[in-house]
Design a protein around this ligand. Structure first.
Ligand code: ZN
Length: 238
């Protein structure tokens, strides 16, 4: 298993609130929901970057357990566990309590299991001749309620013809979803041929061409951008 990962913080002096990690046969990518101004009024002494990092590591551990549990069950358990880590010290009833979008992939018996909660994306790349399978999700991000995991979008994609799987924070998919410079098939081709860092370079080049948001009005000029690409996942992963 060989995986490429790139991440680039969006704002100088602000922590990168994306988190990505890989284990044999599985990967997760989380995007902590930014609070503004940084550190203000979340009721949490740990912060959004801690939340995304901690949920991501607990979740990755849960989805690589033996015997395997369904991805959504693993996410519900991880949300509950992270809640227990800070419910004694933090005001988890605050409406600004830390939250994070979640994506995950795992090699399973029937194919590659994918999960998305809230607006990060996970994409199965079947090459030039077939549209990619894009999984994203309209629900609220993971925060303190384990039941949020029940709303996650999940699917299983077949290994036949699979060229790769990409996990992407919304800072990386802006080139398609916000700037509309390229469609999903071309985004997938960029990450396949130039890697996650190549995709993020394209995103940053677009943003640098519009520093004042005249062409693409946006809240943050640049967002944290993170991408994982797992090429040929069916080779040797099961
Ligand atoms: Zn906390």
């Amino acid at each position: 298993m060989r995986v490429a990962l790139a991440t680039d913080p969006g704002t100088p002096g602000w922590p990168n609130e994306d988190f990505a990690a890989v284990a044999p046969g599985a990967a997760v990518l989380l995007d902590g929901c930014t609070t503004t101004p940084h550190g203000a009024g979340t009721g949490c002494v740990h912060g959004v970057a801690w939340y995304a990092r901690t949920l991501g590591t607990v979740f990755l551990g849960a989805i690589t357990a033996d015997p395997p549990v369904p991805l959504a069950d693993a996410l519900a358990g991880a949300i509950g566990e992270v809640r227990s880590y800070h419910e004694a010290t933090c005001d988890l009833a605050s409406p600004s309590t830390p939250a994070a979008t979640v994506t995950a992939v795992r090699a399973g018996q029937a194919g590659f299991e994918m999960l998305a909660l809230s607006d990060s994306s996970i994409v199965a790349d079947y090459g030039e001749d077939r549209d990619p399978v894009v999984l994203t999700d309209p629900h609220r991000a993971a925060s303190t309620d384990p039941n949020a995991a029940r709303q996650a979008s999940t699917t299983v994609v077949p290994p036949d013809g699979l060229r790769g799987i990409a996990l992407l924070s919304d800072g990386a998919t802006r080139i398609t979803e916000v700037y509309r410079l390229i469609g999903w098939p071309d985004l997938v081709a960029v990450i396949r041929e130039q890697g996650p860092a190549g995709l993020i370079r394209r995103v940053r080049a677009a943003e640098d061409s519009d520093p004042d948001g005249a062409r693409w009005p946006r809240f943050k000029t640049r967002d944290d951008a993170t991408a994982i690409y797992w090429p040929h996942p069916a080779d040797g992963s099961r």
